[in-house]
Design a protein around this ligand. Structure first.
Ligand SMILES: [Zn+2]
Length: 169
């Protein structure tokens, strides 16, 4: 009779076994309404500064909207983790902070990329990251808040900084 002694207490965090989450709108951020990209729960666990007791066995999504405080959300928005609960500043949330990391594995920031651009006239950051990836040195799933490779963000940022440098010249 005590086979359930270790089961979690019933509540909104314990979905009935065998039930499937409805397809929408659980993939949209409850704060800004934008669609969030699925992230592995390992990423959430690696990024949180709060106790991992709060992490549930569910699908978490990443909100990339710059002016939205929510970083991860789950369960039709009933659970959210905000910027203040992260161990790292989140690039997508601070696009104008020169010191925020854009590449979390090799620690490149807008400021460091811009410094190279000003010094040499071109950026080698994408090549540097690719070299690191080939050498097996990257760990985007546990270091980058978006849980995936930073190269798309880095290339976009390099283009923007090159444009700004041209306009300033
Ligand atoms: Zn949001």
């Amino acid at each position: 009779m005590n086979e359930n002694c270790c089961a979690p207490e019933a509540g909104d965090c314990a979905p009935a076994p065998g039930t499937q989450a409805p397809p929408t709108p659980s993939d949209h951020c409850p704060a800004c309404g934008q669609k969030g990209q699925k992230v592995d729960s390992l990423t959430v666990k690696a990024m949180l500064s709060v106790s991992l007791k709060a992490v549930r066995d569910t699908t978490y999504r990443f909100c990339r909207t710059a002016d939205c405080e929510v970083v991860y959300f789950a369960g039709e928005g009933r659970q959210t983790f905000t910027r203040a609960q992260m161990r790292e500043a989140v690039y997508q949330k601070e696009p104008h902070n020169p010191e925020v990391l854009v590449c979390y594995c090799f620690r490149h920031s807008p400021a460091s990329i811009k410094a190279e651009l000003l010094r040499t006239g071109c950026s080698t950051v994408v090549e540097q990251i690719n070299t690191g990836i080939k050498a097996g040195q990257c760990a985007c799933d546990i270091r980058n808040p978006q849980g995936s490779c930073c190269l798309g963000n880095v290339s976009q940022l390099v283009k923007r900084l090159e444009q700004e440098a041209k306009e300033a010249a």
